[in-house]
Design a binder for this molecule. Structure first.
Ligand code: HEM
Length: 477
């Protein structure tokens, strides 16, 4: 009996030791696997990680200076952290931008916060992958190709002039940022898509946009619940418009295929795209264009105000273009191509003040990069500042020097519009919007900043905290 008990005890001891050893070895192997090649960096507290530091520096528009740069100095261009529960690798530099952006769909896919997806809709282009993404981009790109742009120019000119006559001629103090927003909204909805809208639609859209990056908590009165309500209103409005358009086109009324909305509805009639896809992509286009283009315009004017020599050169370019046109005649696409210096000024402003800090991707496979492993499921954040502010690519990076764009820029070093398969689908429209707006403002108005030391805030997109107030008066001739 004693021998049996002894045997059982020894057997139990042997089994538990073996089990503990197996757990220990497995744990060690696991740690080894995840630690072995992970990039350096701190993961911070459980779940929350370094989110608090990230948000704090973002709010003060110091995300690069206070969060990214000190970590680059400590760990190098690639480092790990944890943001909002997700292990994240932040990458900087042209080579990293090229690697991650051009491997979209193969190694990474874009990754947006849940609230953004809920408000833009799961059918928008930003949520599409592979073939479905290519198909939607083709529809959008056709309206923004050379033929589409040719038609857009006079429409944008009309919208800008009408807006300025109505709003700027009767006031001497204007919020430049809000003017740019109102105009961008009209240009996307009316000029690009071909939709008309009721007064008040802009503020409904803006309520949606305010929730796009809000905290994912919805209670009565919260940003997110207000945004969701506004999104429902927009959906109802757009369903009506889509169905009317479809009925018209099915009853034989030929739509103007040069307008993006007509192309969307044609695709719907042919069964290639659903009603939800049309609605979600209209909302996405407004969102993608709105704060980005307006911020680019606002910062270009700020740079012009701070660099009168650049303003002088730019004005000469526009006076010259104007002198070749009959009074009241609209600009043409050819005229916008002559605005070379103006585009250099705008590009330099977007280099120093990129409207988009960078954006998130998610690894869809274990990725080997620069001797490190980025495990499947981890997020990757590429940044514009990582190259825009780097001496390696831009001499005296903090100096405003539009002429630097006369020299070729290394690939993937200048990325206000991103890169790879998800490069901004609206970059040519943004360019026209910026150039044409500048043309009419500088040739018609004397203007000056009312708040030259205005702070730039980020939430999470950057904006001038007081809306960039300016003083304007009509030029005498
Ligand atoms: C100065 C103005 C603009 C800037 C700085 C800008 C910037 C960007 C950037 C950086 C991306 C890539 C995001 C990523 O990689 O995750 C992007 C994507 C996109 N942008 Fe723009 N954008 C601007 C204006 C516009 C306009 C006017 C439109 C159209 C009306 C537009 C439509 C889009 C679309 C549809 C995408 C998604 C492309 C895709 O997923 O394939 N953007 N934009």
């Amino acid at each position: 009996m004693a021998v049996q008990i002894c045997f059982l005890l020894s057997w139990a001891l042997f089994c538990s030791t073996a089990m503990l050893l197996a757990i220990f070895l497995k744990h060690r192997k696991g740690c080894g696997k995840s630690d072995r090649k992970l990039p350096p960096g701190e993961m911070g507290l459980p779940w929350i990680g370094e989110t608090a530091y990230f948000y704090r520096s973002q709010r003060g528009n110091q995300l690069f200076e206070e969060f990214v740069q000190p970590r680059v100095a400590k760990y190098g261009k690639i480092f790990k952290t944890r943001l909002l529960g997700s292990p994240t690798i932040i990458v900087n530099g042209a080579e990293a931008n090229r690697f991650f952006l051009s491997n979209e769909f193969k190694l990474v896919i874009s990754s947006w916060p849940t609230t953004s997806v809920q408000l833009m809709g799961i059918n928008s282009i930003m949520e599409k992958q592979g073939e479905q993404h290519r198909f939607l981009r083709e529809i959008i790109a056709t309206s923004l190709g050379p033929a589409g742009l040719e038609i857009l120019v006079p429409k944008i000119c009309d919208s800008v002039q009408l807006y300025l006559d109505k709003n700027w001629n009767v006031r001497d103090e204007i919020s430049l940022f809000h003017s740019a927003k109102a105009l961008t909204f009209t240009i996307v909805l009316v000029c690009l898509l071909g939709l008309n809208f009721e007064p008040g639609t802009l503020s409904t859209f803006e309520r949606v946009l305010e929730g796009v990056f809000a905290a994912p908590v919805s209670f009565p009165g919260s940003k997110l619940s207000r945004a969701k309500k506004a999104r429902r209103e927009i959906k109802e409005m757009l369903i009506k418009v889509v169905r009317e358009k479809r009925k018209e086109m099915e009853s034989g009324l030929v739509g103007d295929e040069r307008l993006l909305f007509t192309r969307f509805v044609s695709g719907m009639i042919r069964g290639e795209i659903s009603e939800e896809e049309v609605i979600d992509n209209v909302v996405l286009l407004v969102f993608a264009a709105h704060d980005t283009t307006s911020f680019a315009i606002a910062m270009t004017f700020k740079m012009l105000a701070e660099h009168p020599d650049c303003h002088y050169l730019l004005l000469q370019e526009h006076d010259d273009i104007m002198s070749r046109r009959r009074p009241g005649e609209n600009l043409t696409l050819e005229d916008t191509k002559k605005m070379k210096y103006t585009w250099q000024v705008a590009r330099e402003s977007m280099r120093l003040f990129p409207p988009i800090f960078g954006s998130f991707r998610k690894a869809i496979a274990d990725i080997e990069y620069e001797g490190f492993t980025i495990p499947k499921g981890w997020k990757v954040l590429w940044t514009t500042y990582g190259t825009h502010y780097n001496e390696e690519y831009f001499k005296d990076p903090l100096t405003f020097n539009p002429r630097r764009f006369e020299e070729p820029i290394p690939p993937y070093a200048y990325l206000p519009f991103g890169g790879g398969p998800r490069i901004c689908a609206g970059n040519q429209l943004a360019k026209l919007n910026i150039l044409i707006f500048i043309h009419y403002v500088v040739t018609r108005y004397n203007w000056s900043l009312l708040c030259p030391d205005e702070q730039i805030t980020m939430d999470p997109l950057p904006f001038p905290s007081h809306g960039m107030p300016i003083k304007v008066s009509l030029k005498s001739s």
